[in-house]
Design a protein around this ligand. Structure first.
Ligand code: GRF
Length: 201
């Protein structure tokens, strides 16, 4: 499947996917495009250095028009015959324009055990709440904020002396394993979705 990775920033999850691809662990995923809503996202440089085609889609002309932005993105995806989307630190809410065009073909990584702590600063939310375990989740994207059917999760202990930085760093290591694995399962057509449940075939 031809895959686009959507990024807004650092791009370490994108790199994890590119590394697994290089190792031959994503046989059914062709990383055809990296798309960013930020012109200066470090992820873009990393993707270019890895020889992956990149595109910046500016959101400024669509400030109050998320659907308009997604329609522009959809045009770009069609030009590149993209069949599957990975959100890897993409800081925008996706609208039905994309969700309907890519039904059960968009996944996202989130740094908490959903449905706990959706949205921004998930690691800080977890620390502030005082949970003893957090983790990361890969899920299909629906119209809600981090609400789609869950594909894979990893639980990680929260230490009493954790800061937002230390917990984020520990979770991130596991994100880098979980996201490529979920992408492999999806592109190998080994996932079946039934309502909220995702079955591994
Ligand atoms: C990750 O923590 C991811 O879970 C969240 O945004 C962060 C992106 O980091 N959605 P990176 O750009 O992949 O390094």
């Amino acid at each position: 499947m031809r895959v686009a990775i959507f990024v807004s920033g650092r791009g370490s999850n994108m790199e994890a996917i590119l590394n697994e691809k290089k190792k031959g662990n994503l046989p059914n995923a062709e990383i055809a495009l990296v798309l960013s809503d930020k012109a200066d996202a470090p992820a873009l440089e990393k993707a270019n250095a890895a020889g992956v085609k990149t595109v910046f889609v500016d959101s400024k002309p669509y400030r109050k028009n998320r659907e308009g932005y997604d329609a522009e993105v959809l045009k770009v995806l069609r030009e590149h015959n993209i069949e599957f989307i990975v959100l890897a630190g993409f800081m925008r809410i996706i609208t039905p324009v994309l969700i309907e065009a890519f039904s059960h073909r968009i996944i996202n990584i989130h740094p908490a055990l959903l449905p706990a702590f959706p949205g921004l600063h998930a690691q800080k939310q977890a620390l502030d709440y005082g949970v003893k375990v957090s983790g990361c989740t890969v899920h299909f994207v629906d119209a809600g904020m981090d609400t789609g059917p869950i594909i894979l999760q990893t639980a990680i202990p929260v230490n009493p002396d954790d800061t937002e930085d230390t917990l984020s760093a520990r979770i991130l290591e596991f994100e880098h394993r979980l996201l490529p694995r979920a992408l492999d399962l999806a592109t190998s057509r080994r996932l079946r979705v039934d309502g909220r449940k995702v079955y591994l075939l």
